[in-house]
Design a protein around this ligand. Structure first.
Ligand code: KG4
Ligand code: ZN
Length: 346
């Protein structure tokens, strides 16, 4: 039995993954793309609170300080020595240039010293792969709604490494709109989760905010209209000297944005005929969005998949999962891999 377990362990492909694309310094060890052996996330959120958003220079410097202890802890918690690792996966874009470079240089150095393959991963592919860690049997094809601070995409995931973007935001990302509206309402950074908390005690029908759908057959989004509308609403209430009904505005805004996201995602999933709708990205942590997708899926015979809440926002385990599927295809990177702040998906 012991021998069998040992043989199985030998067959495991263990990837050390690194993620530093924004304000989380994260390292993880993931086995066979599906099982998390460790996932360390050092959030810098507290550092950026007073600026109301991420300051790129500060983020890069903090990554420099944290990346070695975080990687050491990821290996320790996984009970692995560097030589047990099969390959190094790293998010090399999109993201903040300086922040990405810290993780990339760490990954390249480790890969070079250990003589192990380096696998550059698209950050959004990582978000999608967070679902493989929750659902060991989940396989493409499926349609995925990726809503984060930098992106709002509807992606047709044709295969583990094949992606077609079939809908995108034409202006702001959903998470960006959550963050901006939270700031206008006087809620602290990070805006999305704090706006969700404020919305709990609010009336989602209190304000009728504008929603945008395009009648050109696309699954695209636009969130700048609703964002501006909330800014104007709050300003006009303040000008009258009245108290801003924070919870009601938060609930009405959340209702409208999650409605737009869910409606287009369900439409796209129906059109693709693959029967599965998957959520990913920081905004996928939002319970109102999960509820809407769950309810709409029932009417449409779609199966919904949501990652663990803790794996919706940036973390290295998701990068380790995505890297594994590239490794299986022999799709490894060379040591001149660069950071690509605007890397496109698909
Ligand atoms: O994926 P992520 O960690 O970073 C990017 O790749 O951008 O997403 C962060 C974004 C932020 O805009 C944050 O406000 C939003 O996701 N977010 C949420 C929630 N949790 C995080 N938005 C709405 N509701 C939440 N519970
Ligand atoms: Zn992200």
């Amino acid at each position: 039995m012991k021998e069998q377990a040992k043989e199985q362990a030998k067959e495991q492909i263990k990837i050390l993954a690194i993620e530093t694309s924004c304000d989380e310094t994260s390292a993880a060890v993931v086995s066979n793309g599906r099982y998390i052996l460790s996932n360390i996330v050092a959030s810098q959120a507290e550092l950026h609170v007073r600026y109301g958003g991420v300051v790129p220079e500060i983020a890069s410097r903090k990554h420099v300080e944290l990346f070695l202890p975080v990687i050491e802890k990821a290996l320790d918690d996984a009970g692995q020595k560097p030589e047990d690792i099969s390959a190094i996966g790293v998010a090399h874009g999109p993201g903040l240039a300086g922040a990405l470079l810290v993780g990339l240089m760490a990954a390249k150095t480790i890969a070079y010293v250990l003589g192990k393959p380096l696998i550059g991963v698209h950050h959004i592919e990582g978000h999608i792969a967070a679902n493989y860690l929750k659902f060991p049997d989940l396989e493409p094809p499926f349609v995925c709604l990726v809503a984060s601070g930098g992106h709002s995409h509807i992606v047709h995931v044709r295969d583990f490494t094949e992606f077609q973007v079939i809908g995108r935001t034409r202006d702001d990302a959903a998470g960006e709109a959550f963050d901006k509206v939270a700031r206008v309402l006087g809620l602290p950074y990070p805006g999305g989760p704090n706006l969700e908390k404020a919305a709990v005690s609010g009336n989602r029908a209190a304000f009728k905010l504008p929603v945008t759908y395009f009648n050109d057959g696309s699954f695209d989004f636009s969130f700048s209209g609703i964002k501006t509308s909330v800014v104007n609403l709050v300003n006009s209430i303040r000008q009258k000297g009245a108290e801003v009904p924070v919870s009601d505005i938060a609930a009405s805004f959340q209702e409208a944005v999650t409605g737009m996201l869910a409606t287009n995602a369900i439409k796209a999933a129906n059109k693709s005929n693959c029967g599965k709708i998957v959520l990913a990205g920081g905004v996928a942590a939002n319970k109102a969005l999960r509820e809407k997708i769950t309810n709409m899926s029932k009417n449409e015979q779609l199966t919904p998949y949501f990652p663990d809440i803790s794996l919706c926002t940036d973390n290295a385990a998701m990068i380790g999962s995505a890297a594994y599927f590239h490794l299986l295809k022999g799709d490894v990177s060379s040591l001149d891999l660069n950071a690509e702040p605007s890397l496109k998906l698909g």
